[in-house]
Design a protein around this ligand. Sequence first.
Ligand SMILES: [Zn+2]
Length: 66
Amino acid sequence: MLIPVRCFSCGTVVGDKFEEFERQIKENPEKDPKIILDELNLRKVCCRRMIISQVNLIDTVLPYNQ
Ligand SMILES: [Zn+2]
């Protein structure tokens, strides 16, 4: 759905990094996601899983809200 603002485990702000991660994945599909996460300064596994495990379902779910 929507990315949580902070990491559940350590509290680091991750909400602002998901859009950048997605944009870089789209621009360079062959680039290793590991490198993008390193560049975004997400070095802990708890913060990395917040970004990697995110599935953007908001556009799928939104029509059922009415
Ligand atoms: Zn964390």
